[in-house]
Design a protein around this ligand. Structure first.
Ligand code: NAP
Ligand code: GLV
Length: 306
C-alpha cells in the first residue's frame, strides 16, 4: 500500500514518520511532481497538478475539518474525500468559544483596560438571560460548543441544515428558521462549513437581526463574513463587538481595519488546531478500515460541500 503526503504549509517529516509508525506495512512518501501513483493521500490544499497526476487514488484524507480548499479543485472521479472528525479539535473549539463569550459577557476586556490605567472599577453585573447565544452549525464542533456553553447556563440556540436534538439547546433547522434563530440571539457563533449556500452568510441583513448589542464569534471561515457589513454595524452601535479567528485573506493583511478596531479581537486562525498525533491515529485507522472494506465516519459529500 502506498500513501502519499501533499500538504501546503506543513512540515512533511514528522507526518511521514508518524504515518510510517502507525502503518508499518505501507510505503509513505512526500509527493513530488512525477511521483508513482498512491492509493491514499494525506492532503491540505494540494496543487491541482497533484490531483491531475495521481490517478490511482482511492481516498483523500484532509488534515482539517473544513474541506472548502480541497473541493475548489477538480477531483479524480470516484475518489473518497475524508475530513478530520474531531481528532482533538472539538475541545479546543469549546474552550476558545467559551473564553470569547465569557470575556465579552463578563466585560473582562473593559476590566483589563481599566486595570492598565490603575482604575479599581465595578461594572453592573449583566443578566445571563439577556445573552442568548446562537451556534450556527451543529456538527462535530458546533454541537460540542453548544453543550459547553450550556455548562455556563447561557441560553443556547443552534441552527443546522437538518433537524437536530441537543439537550438544553433550542434547535432550529433550515433556511425557513434562520431569521427566527438570529432574532433569538445576542451572541452569534459561526461553525458552518464554507459552501455555496453559506458564503457571505454573515452580512448586514443577517447580523442586523441579532438583538441590539450583538456580538459575533467567527471561527469557521473568513468568507462567511462580509467585512464591511460588520464594520458598519459596529459603527452604528447595533453590534457591540466581535472575536474573529478566520479571515478572507490569511494572514490578515497589514492595514486591514480589523487589526486595530477597538471592538474587534483578532486571533491568527488558531481556535482549533490540527493535532498531529491524534490526526495520524484517526487517518491510519480509517485507511485500514477502507482496506478491509469497512465503513468510515467523516466522509464528505462533494455535492453538498461538506
Ligand atoms: P460538520 O461536522 O460538517 O458540521 C457542519 C454543520 O453545519 C452541520 O450541523 C450542518 O448541518 C451545518 N450546515 C451545513 N450547511 C448548512 C446550511 N446551509 N444551513 C444550515 N446549517 C448548515 O463540521 P465541523 O467539523 O463541525 O466543522 C465546521 C467548520 O469549522 C469547518 O467546516 C471549518 O470551516 C471550521 N473549522 C475552523 C477551525 C479553526 O481553527 N478556525 C478548525 C476546525 C474547523 P447538518 O447537521 O444538518 O448537516
Ligand atoms: C481548520 O480551519 C480546519 O478546517 O480544520
Amino acid at each position: 500500500m502506498h500513501i502519499t503526503f501533499c500538504c501546503t504549509d506543513t512540515k512533511a517529516e514528522p507526518w511521514l514518520a508518524g504515518l510510517r509508525a502507525a502503518l508499518p506495512q505501507a510505503t509513505v512518501t512526500a509527493w513530488q511532481a512525477g511521483a508513482p501513483p498512491a492509493e491514499h493521500a494525506v492532503v491540505w490544499a494540494p496543487p491541482q497538478q497533484f490531483l491531475d497526476e495521481q490517478h490511482g487514488l482511492k481516498a483523500l484524507f484532509n488534515i482539517g475539518a473544513g474541506v472548502d480548499a480541497l473541493l475548489k479543485l477538480k477531483l479524480p472521479p470516484g475518489v473518497k474525500v475524508v475530513r478530520l472528525d474531531d481528532a482533538g479539535m472539538s475541545v479546543q473549539m469549546a474552550e476558545y468559544v467559551c473564553h470569547a463569550v465569557i470575556r465579552h459577557f463578563r466585560e473582562f476586556d473593559g476590566y483589563e483596560a481599566d486595570v492598565a490605567e490603575g482604575k479599581w472599577s465595578y461594572r453592573k453585573p449583566r443578566l445571563r438571560a439577556d445573552y442568548p447565544v446562537g451556534v450556527m452549525g451543529l456538527g462535530v464542533l458546533g454541537e460540542r460548543v453548544a453543550r459547553a456553553l450550556r455548562q455556563f447556563d447561557f441560553p443556547v440556540h443552534g441552527w443546522s441544515r437538518t433537524p437536530k436534538a441537543v439537550e438544553g439547546v433550542v434547535c432550529h433547522a433550515g433556511i425557513d428558521r434562520f431569521d427566527s434563530f438570529l432574532s433569538s440571539c445576542r451572541v452569534l457563533v459561526n461553525l458552518l462549513p464554507l459552501t455555496p449556500e453559506t458564503h457571505d452568510i454573515l452580512n448586514r441583513k443577517t447580523l442586523a437581526r441579532l438583538l441590539p448589542g450583538g456580538y459575533l464569534v467567527n471561527v469557521a471561515r473568513g468568507a462567511h463574513l462580509v467585512d464591511d457589513d460588520l464594520l458598519a454595524l459596529l459603527d452604528s452601535g447595533h453590534m457591540a463587538g466581535a472575536t474573529l479567528d478566520v479571515f478572507r485573506t490569511e494572514p490578515l493583511p497589514a492595514g486591514h481595519a480589523f487589526w486595530k478596531h477597538p471592538k474587534i479581537t483578532v486571533t491568527p486562525h488558531t481556535s482549533a488546531r490540527t493535532l498531529r498525533d491524534e490526526s495520524i491515529a484517526q487517518i491510519a485507522g480509517k485507511i485500514l478500515a477502507l482496506e478491509r472494506g469497512d465503513p468510515i465516519a467523516g466522509l464528505v459529500d462533494p455535492v453538498r460541500g461538506y
